[in-house]
Ligand binder design. Structure first.
Ligand code: DOR
Ligand code: ZN
Length: 425
């Protein structure tokens, strides 16, 4: 069903009606209008909030190779349901996405399963096999459709190689996303280093394993005058470095994830493998610093680092469990919970989860301006839902908020004017 009028909605606190011109935005007419326009192609948005369709710059869709955890079809279904119209899929698949054949395969799988979207943007491996020893064929990957390059999952320790990677990527006009982790410092660690790692008797990962690489990347971005994007920032030490870099106009951008904004290391106290993630959940003071950083634009983006795993993989002793939290289903509701507690502002969510990702990675996002693609979501901010294996669309049910009641539900999701989710009907 193609709609022309979506009435009884709210955009930036203002009630109004959105008028579409097929796949494009025509205009937003402010003013309370609870009555349906005479035309029949009208949708009653029932007081829902209008937001741009979200962009997640950091997901793991697991295909090819680990389809038992997730595949492109199930991952994009979770994205649609969670409000994400575009996702950037990391390269730690099997085979690794370090070649054009794999990139094209991912794009073809997405097109086959979800021709109307959500859309996948593959992230190419920075180094062959993610081994950190030699560069992947970056030009080939860019031509095949990779939107960024990253060694996500395994940082690049070789500074010379990393420098070349940033230079070549910049020639190709493709941004590098760095997984900031010094392997020597993090080696064998499974939780944040500190009080909790001592208490549990588990090897810790110090925050300096992250911030040291953040400082390398800042120095390199300044030296080369070339942008670098920093993945999943988890600690106050990194935030301080990024703040100083931005003061000096060094071209650095950064993301954090809902789990770092919400939860701290105490969540792993009972050896809860659902809260095992890399980088690890840090201290309360890190959480507070990250909240401030997203509010003050020190951190640009909230991305999920959606990392689905099978139940049997998480149901093992803590030290052996894989890292990762399944995030696409819950990210928006978890962030709306922060809005509810006055920690974030609703307008800032559009910036953090759609507009900034679009600007930094050169993707389209809807600002409800005439002629733009009609890519948006309608959010019922009051509706509760319980996170459980049945309500989660992703194949990965691994999240520490399993069983929790969250507020805020995506009622409809439009891409190019067509509803890919419509829970009104
Ligand atoms: O927790 C994580 N899971 N961190 C990563 O860097 C990789 C990811 C995964 O692929 O499961
Ligand atoms: Zn990741």
């Amino acid at each position: 069903m193609a709609y022309k009028y979506i009435y009884n909605l709210v955009l930036n606190q203002e009630p109004g009606t959105l008028i579409l011109d097929k796949d494009k935005i025509e205009r937003f007419i402010p003013g309370q209008d609870k009555k349906a326009p005479a035309e029949e192609n009208a949708l009653d948005a029932a007081g829902c909030h209008l937001m741009p369709s979200l962009i997640d710059v950091h997901v793991h869709l697991r295909e090819p190779g680990f389809e038992y955890k997730e595949d492109i079809s199930s991952g994009l279904a979770a994205a649609a349901s969670g409000g994400f119209g575009r996702v950037m899929a990391m390269a730690n698949t099997e085979p690794v996405n370090d070649n054009a054949v794999t990139t094209r395969f991912m794009l073809a799988q997405a097109e086959k399963a979800h021709p109307l979207g959500p859309f996948v943007h593959p992230v190419g491996a920075l180094t062959r096999g993610l081994q950190g020893r030699e560069l992947a064929p970056l030009a080939e990957l860019a031509w095949a459709g990779c939107k960024a390059f990253s060694n996500d999952g395994i940082g690049v320790m070789d500074n010379e190689l990393f420098r070349r990677a940033v230079e070549y990527s910049s020639d190709l006009k493709v941004l590098v996303i760095d997984h900031c982790e010094d392997h020597y410092l993090s080696s064998g660690g499974v939780v944040n280093e500190g009080r909790i790692s001592n208490y549990l008797g588990l090897k810790g990962i110090p925050d300096i394993a992250e911030s040291l690489q953040v400082s390398r990347d800042i120095l390199l971005a300044a030296y080369l005058d070339t942008p670098i994007h920093l993945a999943h920032i988890s600690c106050e030490a990194s935030v301080e470095l990024i703040y100083q870099a931005k003061q000096k106009s060094i071209p650095i951008s950064a993301e954090t994830c809902p789990h770092y904004l919400l939860w701290d290391e105490n969540l792993v106290k009972n050896y809860n493998t659902m809260a095992k993630v890399n980088p690890p959940l840090r201290t309360r003071s890190d959480v507070l610093a990250l909240r401030q950083a997203v509010n003050e634009r020190v951190i640009d983006i909230v991305a999920t680092d959606h990392a689905p795993h099978a139940d049997f993989e998480k149901e093992v002793p803590f030290a052996q469990a894989p890292n990762g939290i399944s995030g696409l289903d819950t990210a928006l509701s978890l962030c709306l919970g922060l809005v509810d507690r006055n920690i974030l502002k609703l307008e800032d969510l559009s910036r953090l989860m759609a507009l900034a990702p679009a600007r930094i990675f050169d993707l389209p996002a809807c600002e409800f301006i005439r002629g733009q693609s009609a890519d948006f979501i309608l959010m019922d901010l009051k509706q509760d839902w319980t996170v459980d294996p049945d309500t989660m669309v992703s194949r990965g049910k691994n999240t520490p908020c399993l069983g929790e009641k969250l507020k805020g539900k995506v009622m409809a999701h439009f891409l190019n004017g067509i509803p890919v989710i419509n829970r009104f009907s």
